[in-house]
Design a protein around this ligand. Structure first.
Ligand code: AKB
Length: 315
């Protein structure tokens, strides 16, 4: 079961899981947004709110669920505008899922994020284990969430696994209100208008990964034998690190005449508080994580997909 099946990761994860395990065996669950035709047409879809534990429990009973990918969350930008809502959805949603998992012996994937880090830890090749003092409510919920996952594993033996995602770049469903969204929006706007106004400055460096790598990591950590999982907090997962200016160059090479302006807003401080790059060697050693998409290959693929969508009128 994928909770958050209409979101950026969920809408693509559902399809990949259905490819691997069969359409009927993967239940998409969404709350307010309308699911894509691909999600609706390829297997079961249910509506449900992670804040409603009875509904989540009922869906697990109805579909005899063995594994939950819990992706429903408020991201960093929206979280700063609505911190109490971010706490409520991110924390109570997670504890509801862990409670149902404890009762029903369900395996859980829950994504953490680079947002767990703050200003006072190394920003280059940030270690797996270091000071976690985030400055955003989103980061606070991710640190508390990691601790909660580890607690449910120790106390109740819930098989919960997690990775700390970098910014995720993808061409199907836009992210909803994060700080790394500029690295997605730049491609959309290049294809739409050949220009972009970026909300962080050109020197901003953050780690990013492409959606196929993001999905492989989620399924990879979940498929690994239990004895290979050496942390129940969350694994660092780097991908590629580059500045906003470098990304603009990569875009311009594929979209001649592309122009960019920089108008940093409140998300600049969030980006500055996050790592430039993370040491993800533990994920590599424990369960074979590695990125398969270079920045160049990813950019080519983004342009192909978004230009196709533009030609077919869906962009
Ligand atoms: C965000 O920018 O809030 C997310 C994240 C890095 O977790 N993409």
């Amino acid at each position: 079961m994928v909770l958050g099946a209409t979101g950026q990761i969920g809408s693509e994860l559902v399809l990949e899981l259905r490819k691997r395990f069969g359409g009927e065996n993967v239940i998409g669950v969404g709350h307010s947004r309308t699911p894509s035709e691909a999600v609706l047409g390829s297997g079961p879809y249910e509506t449900g709110d992670v804040l409603n534990i009875e509904r989540i429990d009922e869906l697990c009973e109805k579909h005899d669920i063995g594994t939950v990918y819990h992706l429903a969350a408020v991201l960093s930008g929206v979280g700063e505008k609505r911190p109490q809502f971010a706490w409520d959805l991110n924390m109570n949603g997670l504890i509801n899922v862990l409670e149902v998992a404890r009762e029903r012996d369900i395996k859980v994937f829950w994504p953490s994020s680079i947002a767990v880090f703050g200003n006072n830890c190394p920003h280059v090749n940030t270690p797996q284990d270091t000071v976690l003092q985030p400055t955003t409510m989103y980061g606070v919920t991710k640190v508390a969430g990691e601790l909660l996952c580890d607690y449910y594993h120790r106390k109740y033996d819930v098989d919960v696994r997690s990775v700390r995602y970098a910014g995720i770049i993808s061409a199907e469903t836009p992210p909803g209100g994060g700080t790394t969204d500029y690295a997605v929006a730049i491609f959309y706007e290049a294809v739409r208008n050949n220009r972009y106004t970026c909300f962080v400055n050109e020197r901003t460096v953050l780690p990013m990964i492409y959606m196929p790598d993001c999905i492989n990591a989620a399924i990879g950590v979940m498929e690994a034998p239990s004895e290979r999982i050496s942390t129940r907090h969350s694994y660092n997962l780097n991908g590629h690190s580059f500045s906003a200016a470098h990304l603009a160059e990569i875009v311009r090479e594929r979209s001649p005449g592309f122009t960019i302006e920089y108008e940093p807003d409140f998300r600049q401080a969030i980006a500055d508080s996050w790592p430039d790059s993370m040491d993800d060697s533990r994920a590599a050693k424990d369960w074979g994580w590695r990125t398969e998409w270079s920045l160049e290959r990813m950019a080519d693929d983004m342009f192909t997909k978004l230009r196709d969508r533009k030609a077919s009128g869906t962009l």
